[in-house]
Design a protein around this ligand. Structure first.
Ligand SMILES: Cc1cc2nc3c(=O)[nH]c(=O)nc-3n(C[C@H](O)[C@H](O)[C@H](O)COP(=O)(O)OP(=O)(O)OC[C@H]3O[C@@H](n4cnc5c(N)ncnc54)[C@H](O)[C@@H]3O)c2cc1C
Length: 416
């Protein structure tokens, strides 16, 4: 069933009786060409591009919970392509281009909203760093503008310009940045993959990876063994646990990141705003809630809930640039599991086990990467060679010393 304005009109006039489930609930088959472990954004996008772009549909996505139960349904929905380094910037720009055509491509309303992202500048060295980043963005045609205080004041007059501890000196503005409704991304990709015959199997935990003589043979699941020619790990915050099933130790740590939503307010924020002297980012959802977050909690955990010190820290960050946020009541907060890598950048690569592939290390920026990650992972699985744009995201770069350290903080996962 294709969704269209005409279809909505027809259903509206005939009692909404013609809608079908957006994807099937199939029984697992005994064998697939490819099994994807993890039905988050990246796993579902991979299945979508495998079936829709590379003609491979004998694929199962195996998800231990329900679709959207992981980070894809927990993030603060920000998309941007404002990176600096050669390994990252073209990749995130590819992702941005895929976001721009996504709703037409998978025929689903994901509420892609390019209202812009404003990274505030509070010091001279920070202005230099952002100017450099703006130039890197120009090279990949990502679009970047450096704004002065007067221009920012016109755009977002409610920020604290006059009494702030960290005065706002300028901003890096990417007009194409913005937000996307996160769970709709999972649903759209799931529906698009299902339509091509991909089996999406929910509530089915992978409990083991079968390897014989260095070759992957399939997986053990809560619903029995399933054979496969290729197995693609895509479990974000649980990546180290899944890889351990194949005897691998990954260069990541899992940390919790929290998100917060206030009561609905009248339209206030024109786009995404980030604080440059602390860790705070905020946007406004279509329902009016201010959606914001900050730093990870800073300890290793697999629990999807955070603690109070970071709540305080995030709220302080908000108050430092936007005192009016103190009047808003907080309605909801939650946590998600971040696969923090040693250099802050991801991995999309083969492993030393024949037929076993790895996609992890998205830290707390993997939502914006969802389309490009899915596309490049599908390319790797289908053609057995990395996509040119993701060629730097190799697993052996930590051994080779080929880090992609965007923040320049070294092998310290909690700081990336
Ligand atoms: C609070 C918060 C805010 C964030 N904000 C942003 C943001 O604004 N912008 C941005 O770009 N990024 C953001 N991120 C990061 C982004 O959400 C993640 O990097 C990205 O979603 C990770 O990829 P995923 O969607 O595939 O992960 P997930 O949705 O977590 O998918 C992994 C899936 O694997 C499943 N799984 C795990 N183990 C098994 C198993 N053994 N068997 C079967 N299935 C298994 C899990 O249940 C899960 O559904 C944020 C994250 C959080 C938590």
């Amino acid at each position: 069933m294709r969704y269209s304005a005409l279809k909505i009109l027809k259903e509206g006039l005939t009692g909404n009786k013609g809608w079908k489930p957006a994807w099937r609930e199939p029984e697992p088959k005994a064998e697939y060409d490819i099994i994807i472990i993890g039905g988050g954004g990246h796993g579902l996008a991979t299945a979508y591009y495998l079936s829709n772009r590379f003609g491979i549909s004998n694929v199962a996505v195996i998800e231990k919970g329900w679709l959207g139960s992981g980070n894809i349904g927990r993030n603060t929905t920000i998309i941007r392509s404002n990176y600096l380094l050669e390994g990252n910037q073209p990749f995130y720009e590819l992702s941005m281009q895929l976001w721009e055509g996504l709703e037409q491509d998978f025929n689903y309303n994901a509420m892609v909203s390019q209202r812009g992202i404003l990274n505030l500048i509070h010091s001279d060295p920070q202005r230099d760093a952002f100017a450099r980043r703006a130039n890197a963005m120009q090279i990949s045609n990502a679009g970047s503008v450096l704004l002065g205080p007067d221009e920012i004041r016109r755009k977002v007059p409610f920020l604290d310009y006059d009494n702030a501890r960290f005065p706002i000196q300028g901003a890096l503005w990417q007009p194409r940045g913005g937000t996307v409704r996160h769970d709709a991304v999972a649903w759209g990709y799931a529906r698009g993959a299902d339509r091509k015959g991909v089996d999406i199997i929910q509530n089915c935990e992978v409990t083991g990876i079968d390897v014989e003589d260095g070759v992957v043979r399939g997986v053990q699941t809560a619903r029995g063994p399933i054979r496969a020619r290729k197995v693609a790990m895509c479990a974000a915050g649980n990546s180290s646990r899944v890889a351990a099933m194949a005897g691998m130790r990954l260069p990541i740590e899992s940390h919790v990141l929290q998100a917060f939503v206030t009561e609905g307010l009248k339209p206030t924020l024109p786009g995404v705003i980030t604080f440059g002297a602390g860790h705070f980012y905020v946007s406004q959802s279509d329902k009016g809630g201010l959606v914001f977050g900050g730093d990870i909690d800073g300890y290793n955990t697999y629990a999807q809930r955070g603690n109070l010190p970071v709540v305080e820290d995030v709220c302080e960050g908000g108050m430092a640039i936007m005192p009016m946020i103190g009047r808003a009541r907080l309605l909801r907060m939650w946590g998600g599991l971040m696969d923090m890598s040693m250099d802050g950048s991801p991995v999309i690569d083969r492993t030393h086990i024949d037929g076993l592939y790895a996609n992890f290390g998205w830290c707390y920026g993997g939502f914006k990467a969802t389309p490009a990650s899915g596309f490049c992972y599908a390319h790797l699985l289908a053609r057995d060679e990395p996509h040119a744009t993701a060629r730097f995201f190799r697993l052996d770069r930590f051994r080779r010393g080929g880090m992609i350290d965007e923040k320049g903080v070294g092998a310290q996962p909690n700081l990336h």
